[in-house]
Design a binder for this molecule. Sequence first.
Ligand code: GRF
Length: 195
Amino acid sequence: MLNAMLKIAVLGSGKGSNFAALLRAIARDSLPIETVLVASDNAEAGILALARGAGIPTYIVEEEKYRTKLSPEVETALVERLAQASPDLVVLAGYMRMIKSPLLEKFPRRIINIHPSLLPAFPGLEAWKQAHEAGVSETGCTVHYVDAGMDTGEIIAQECVPILPDDTPATLHARIQEAEHRLLPAVVGRFAGGG
Ligand code: GRF
């Protein structure tokens, strides 16, 4: 199986800088990874534009903005579309909703997420702001398996980022994102057998 392509589906709600970093790493390092689908719950999301530009199939998750979790019909439709794409790994790259049943059951231990803190510290929203307000000296980013909790799944890899005296939440977030752009491609590359 070493030479087989790892098929990934990517879910995101925002600008997609992590997905862009992943695409760059795949091209730069000739990683045996094929992105079979990019799905977003935000029709305007940059991640969809990136995917279209790269000729990757896209899917829009039609859901009300206020829901933190998809309604059952919408989640079932997403699972069906994902099953059709048949990924080996589902990558959450800035996907802002909770993942529950039946998506978790469909891809057991095959959904990973990138989170902007050193979990288990600072789960949830705006983790860089939480770390900045807490006055800790370092934070970072984590790639972890997704379970039914909020950023609670088994940790796969982390990268530390120091918090500097003159950091604002924005400068800290920018530096964490630079670390994310190294960590996520490295982890997905490992799933693909790329070292
Ligand atoms: C990242 O900071 C990630 O840690 C968080 O959402 C953000 C997504 O950014 N879960 P982008 O859309 O990849 O630029």
